[in-house]
Design a protein around this ligand. Sequence first.
Ligand SMILES: Cc1cc2nc3c(=O)[nH]c(=O)nc-3n(C[C@H](O)[C@H](O)[C@H](O)COP(=O)(O)OP(=O)(O)OC[C@H]3O[C@@H](n4cnc5c(N)ncnc54)[C@H](O)[C@@H]3O)c2cc1C
Length: 461
Amino acid sequence: MTPEDAVLRAAEAALADGDVVTDPDIMATYSVDRSTGSAVGEPFAVAFPRTTAQVSAILVAAHEHRVPVVPRGAGSGLSGGANAIDGSIVVCVERMRDVHTVDVGNGFVETEPGVLNQELRDTVAKHGLWYAPDPASKDFCSIGGNVNTNAGGLCCVKYGVTREAVLGLEVVLADGRVTRIGRRTVKGVAGYDISALIVGSEGTLGIVTMARLRLRPLPPPPTTAVAVFADVASAGKAVEAIMTIVTPSLLELMDRTTLRAVEAFKPMGLDTDAAALLLAQSDLPGKAGEHEADLMLEACLRAGATEAHRSEDAEQADLLLGARRLAIPALETMGDWLLDDISIPRQHLASAVAAIERIAEKHAVVIGTFGHAGDGNLHPTIVTPRGDTDAAARGLLAFHEIIDMALAHDGTVTGEHGVGLLKRDALGQELDTSAIYLHRRIKDAFDPHGILNPGKALPHW
Ligand SMILES: Cc1cc2nc3c(=O)[nH]c(=O)nc-3n(C[C@H](O)[C@H](O)[C@H](O)COP(=O)(O)OP(=O)(O)OC[C@H]3O[C@@H](n4cnc5c(N)ncnc54)[C@H](O)[C@@H]3O)c2cc1C
């Protein structure tokens, strides 16, 4: 029996009928995430466990037979992290979908990993509580994926990324052992913070089967401010100015290319002549929120906004937020696309967006830039005519130049989408030799046979 057959048998023995799939068409669907430009391999099976014990049974067999395992949530990742590897078993947790406990008094929820971000938000909202991290993909990404990519989102500028919300985790380790790490308390410093290490580890250290997540009281309805700019660099300056005077609950940027793509995708009356649009919110209650929004508008006008106003109409504010969330789907329809994800210190935003414009011009490609500007997190998306391989090659050069530019601006090669397959070289550029050594030792300690998502998320060594 081959190692793959042994793992398949073990998985079939542990899981219910229909929960282990070898049909090539179904496997193909579960072999790719939403990224472009990353390699996709062929798995020999896709397993859909429903319990921690079932995940463990698969890993015991995979560890014994040295078979690669690709953990998968909802497959909305943008770095190839959940893409299948040749000869692997994909372990997709989408059928682990229960929210176990909402502890109102202590402000946390315990949930299985396959629950979608928005499903969790809806569940805890019934208790008057709020889960803050809100990726633009919240309707179709899972909590397990959010934990493993340390996902950011629109509210993260005020409330922090997924890491800030994770109190504890249940993790199945590479050899099938199950560990519960973290805490139930607000404070706690016992031992190394292993949950924090798992957060953002992109399925390379274990499979998360439960997450204990911090909740907050539901915030009041936000006050929204909108500002329009005749050049993107001024919008960058406005972001820097805003962040020195207030802490908005949201501060998002869309440039003209993105605005036009969204308007073409779903007409909603966006100002497509604007070079950039800033969308800001305050979730302070009542007059305090209005005051904070006004301070942001004044900062925008001082930075050169051609128009800045409070959106008095909640429906219009929702429309604008919806437009921001449509940025990726809209740019996708324009041609072949390659999405970058960099983060830079906010004082360099203006200079970074100007550099991105120069890079687009130099390589004769279209780049739509949008992102969580308050976090300095930009998603320059390179679009080339469909099937034009020369243009795609120029796009790739632009992609790498954007990464170099981010590092030259004291930034990082990925703000929230993760390393996956797409940014392994870039990670090698960012880390020094000692940090690469530590990554290697940590990976070896968790996964001595290197079966968990091999070839992903780590620099080459
Ligand atoms: C339109 C669009 C908008 C987006 N907006 C944002 C945004 O605002 N912010 C943001 O951060 N991201 C965003 N993303 C990217 C993506 O949605 C996030 O990275 C998300 O966290 C991935 O979740 P997922 O469940 O789809 O994970 P997957 O894509 O399935 O997996 C992502 C990684 O996590 C690992 N993994 C998944 N589940 C587990 C588990 N239970 N245990 C161990 N490892 C696991 C996988 O191996 C992989 O490495 C966006 C994507 C799209 C398509």
